[in-house]
Design a protein around this ligand. Structure first.
Ligand SMILES: Cc1ncc(COP(=O)(O)O)c(C=O)c1O
Length: 400
């Protein structure tokens, strides 16, 4: 059967692929420390699980309006007010099957073939394919660790053409764990105004920041941008609810209606009882989020310190999320005991998985081949073991 050109060109998700390989090794009985996962290791808090059980028992199992349960659209507005002081109305909210679908729908609603979207590198793996599936062209703006991965505004401007439509921002960032500074966000806001662009602000890790401050996005520094900004978020990361598949987009009503129209002809509403659980998450006690964030902060500090102690590894200090991005390029060009040369992030990640029994994600998947991404959504003991395995496996590489 002939498959479409579109699907033949689509690359499978690199992060899901590593995770699958690590799980396959585990299934063969190999004891692998899996630092490739993109999800919290905590269980969904009990009061949220109880809300879902109650919804099921009450028969909350039927179709909902495609754009989402009105109560959840309101709960999203409530949180935006509490967390950011932003005022939104429920009609400006679309409930989706995870933040991923929110992004997918927005790309479909906003892009015509050939339209360009600025993506700051390192970026989340799915941004370029989501843009490409809508016929758009991802335009990558590289960032450097010494500069907090914030490109100079001039570097962004230099890539703007008559086809540029918008920019995607993600802070705290997957994969770098970095938070954009207010100065950088203000500079981006100026560019966005000057060139008549929109912004998709992927705030999925906004509550997981380690400086004790509340969430911030581009609207925190440039509230005037409201008509140009679409906020994307969800319950996956902050509430340890990755499997529930509830996310949302919030923005100008015209855009939200367009994305909702697409949803009405594709997936319809996100799972009914999961939406009830999301209401409980957003409107219930928030100390669970704070407790998980504290645990991630403690692990981040330990992991950063421990990895800094391995000669040749240059970790970036995480400011949020549960990812640590580290430059391992010093090991490129060295040889494994098998004689094979480590050439890049993919061959190093394969070596570390097969010989060190630690699963990581190659940086090339995020647009920077010097790095590996290591998730610290694991207990401290597991992280300690991971560091010792990494140190040992790296020390067996020969020839500097
Ligand atoms: C930056 C970023 N955006 C969006 C998502 C998608 O989240 P969800 O599980 O809500 O679809 C992820 C998940 O890994 C992510 O890392």
């Amino acid at each position: 059967m002939k498959l479409s050109e579109r699907i033949r060109r689509l690359k499978p998700s690199a992060t899901l692929a590593v995770d699958a390989k690590a799980k396959a090794l585990r299934a063969q009985g190999v004891d692998v420390v899996n630092l490739s996962a993109g999800e919290p290791d905590f269980d969904t808090p009990e009061h949220i699980r109880e809300a879902a059980k109650r919804a099921l028992d009450e028969g909350f199992t039927r179709y909902l309006p495609a754009a989402g349960l009105p109560e959840l659209r309101e709960a999203v507005c409530f949180r935006l007010k509490e967390d950011y002081g932003l005022e939104y109305r429920p009609q400006e909210v679309l409930v989706t099957c995870g933040a991923k679908q929110a992004l997918y729908n927005l790309a479909q609603a906003l892009l015509d073939p050939g339209d360009e979207v600025l993506i700051l590198s390192p970026y989340w793996v799915s941004y370029p394919p989501i843009v490409e599936l809508a016929g758009g062209v991802p335009v990558i703006v590289p960032g450097q660790p010494e500069k907090n991965f914030e490109p100079d505004p001039g570097e962004i401007e230099a890539r703007i053409t008559a086809r540029t439509r918008g920019i995607i921002l993600n802070s705290p960032s997957n994969p770098t764990g970095c938070l954009y500074s207010r100065e950088f966000l203000s500079a981006v806001a100026e560019i966005v105004q000057a060139y008549d662009l929109w912004v998709i602000s992927d705030d999925i890790y906004d509550r997981l920041r380690f400086d004790g401050r509340g969430p911030e996005n581009i609207l925190s520094v440039a509230p005037d941008l409201r008509e140009r900004v679409i906020l994307v978020n969800g319950v996956s990361k902050a509430y340890a609810m990755t499997g529930w598949r509830i996310g949302w987009s919030v923005g100008p009503e015209e855009v939200i209606r367009a994305a909702a129209k697409l949803q009405g002809q594709s997936t319809s509403n996100a799972t009914a009882f999961a939406q009830k659980a999301a209401v409980a998450a957003l409107t219930g006690p928030q100390d669970c989020v704070k407790a998980m964030c504290r645990a991630f902060a403690e692990r981040a500090a330990f992991f950063y310190q421990a990895l800094s102690g391995i000669p040749g590894v240059k970790p970036v200090r995480p400011q949020g999320t549960f990812y640590l991005f580290a430059d391992f390029s010093e090991f490129y060009g060295r040889r494994a005991p098998s004689g094979e040369e480590i050439q890049d992030s993919v061959s190093l990640a394969e070596y570390l998985l097969e010989e060190g029994r630690v699963a990581t994600v190659p940086g090339v998947a995020f647009g920077d081949d010097r790095f590996l991404r290591l998730s610290f959504a694991q207990g401290l003991e597991t992280l300690r073991e991971a560091v010792s395995r990494l140190r040992e496996a790296l020390s067996r590489l020969e020839g500097a």
